[in-house]
Ligand binder design. Structure first.
Ligand SMILES: CCC(=O)NCCS(=O)(=O)O
Length: 349
């Protein structure tokens, strides 16, 4: 049995799972999203380059990916520190920080934030989507990728001794590319050896989550210890959602606080409102999946910080939980979603 078994690995070391408390399973504290810049609508170029004034905040909420400066969350460590202190005050205990190779993971900053705020921070191993893979990454064998991911968990990542406590978010596009398929296989192999939690970013197609599960399963992955992220922008049909839920992964609704009319990466998608997200959670609870739901905000742009008029990392605790209770999700079920399910997922086998 490894020393990790029965423990959770934070950037400050191993902790007992009971110490985690309320947990957001998918956030970013420092990263860049420049890989996913999307040009502004014609005529909006000026506002796009002049974003941080009150009169531009609505535009920025509608077009978060069309302003270069908005994509540089790594410039806001001071504001994020204040937000984490507020998160603790609101009853939060832990944040899973999903920044992987390709979007500027910064482990020393995560460690400092954990020290400064008392929030448990769990860092992610592995690789984001194909468009961020280097040529060297694309040339690697599954075995080499597996070795790197295992080393990020056992020894530390990016030349530091700071260890990752989950694999992911592992990025995939749609269709899934050859390089992403290798990373998924390596993820499953590493998970088999480590008994660790895995979290996946699916491409923007309703069939993507099931296809990813198939690839992981074929490579020996443990789907019961895997979170499928971003379901709120991926699967919309109740029947399809239940079919996917049967496959046994954790079901993550992680874009709480994001409300936009035109989702630029897939105009077919109608991004749900927070009320619709709560409705989806209530539906899954009614269908018996309360042991499988996890939630988060996936903050990855500046405008979502309270400093810029955004909802911040405490929005779920302050605003969504009361709404969940109003819509028939019991306190016991809320506690499962915020405490028990993340704890179970994050504990090494
Ligand atoms: C790095 C953050 C991230 O990937 N977030 C998901 C954005 S979206 O694919 O849901 O638009």
């Amino acid at each position: 049995m490894s020393e990790l078994s029965g423990k959770v690995q934070t950037v400050l070391g191993l902790v007992d799972p009971d110490q985690l408390g309320r947990t957001m399973t998918h956030e970013h504290l420092t990263m860049t999203f420049e890989c996913c810049y999307f040009p502004p609508p014609p005529g909006d170029e000026e506002v796009a380059e002049n974003p941080f004034q009150m009169q531009h905040m609505h535009w920025l909420r509608q077009n978060p990916y069309s302003c270069h400066e908005n994509l540089l969350l790594q410039q806001e460590t001071g504001a994020v520190r204040d937000e984490l202190l507020a998160y603790r005050k609101a009853g939060g205990g832990t944040i899973v920080e999903n920044t992987t190779t390709g979007i500027d993971r910064d482990l020393p900053t995560l460690k400092q934030l954990a020290k400064d705020t008392g929030v448990h921070v769990i860092a992610g191993a592995g690789y984001y989507v194909d468009s961020t893979h280097t040529e060297a990454t694309k040339r690697m064998s599954v075995e080499k990728l597996t070795d790197i991911i295992i080393s990020e968990v056992l020894h530390g990542a990016d030349g530091t001794d700071i260890r990752c406590g989950v694999i992911g978010e592992i990025g995939t596009s749609w269709p899934i590319t050859e390089s992403e398929t290798k990373v998924l296989r390596a993820t499953a192999h590493a998970q088999t050896q480590l008994g660790c939690p895995v979290i996946i970013h699916p491409g923007r197609n309703p069939t993507a989550p099931a296809e990813i599960v198939r690839i992981l399963q074929e490579a020996g992955g443990d789907i019961s210890k895997t979170v499928m992220s971003h379901l709120d922008r991926t699967i919309f049909d109740d029947g399809e959602l239940l079919e996917f839920a049967k496959l046994g992964s954790y079901l993550e609704y992680d874009l709480f606080g994001t409300e936009m009319l035109n989702y630029p990466y897939n105009l077919e998608v109608d991004m749900p409102s927070d009320s619709q997200r709560v409705k989806a959670l209530a539906f899954l609870v009614k269908e018996g999946y309360d042991d499988k739901i996890v939630v988060a905000h996936d903050i990855h742009t500046k405008n979502r910080l309270t400093k810029y008029g955004g909802h911040g990392y405490s929005h779920i605790l302050k605003n969504i939980v009361p709404k969940m209770l109003m819509r028939g999700i019991s306190q016991n079920q809320v506690d499962k979603i915020l405490i028990d399910n993340p704890k179970c997922w994050l504990t090494f086998k």
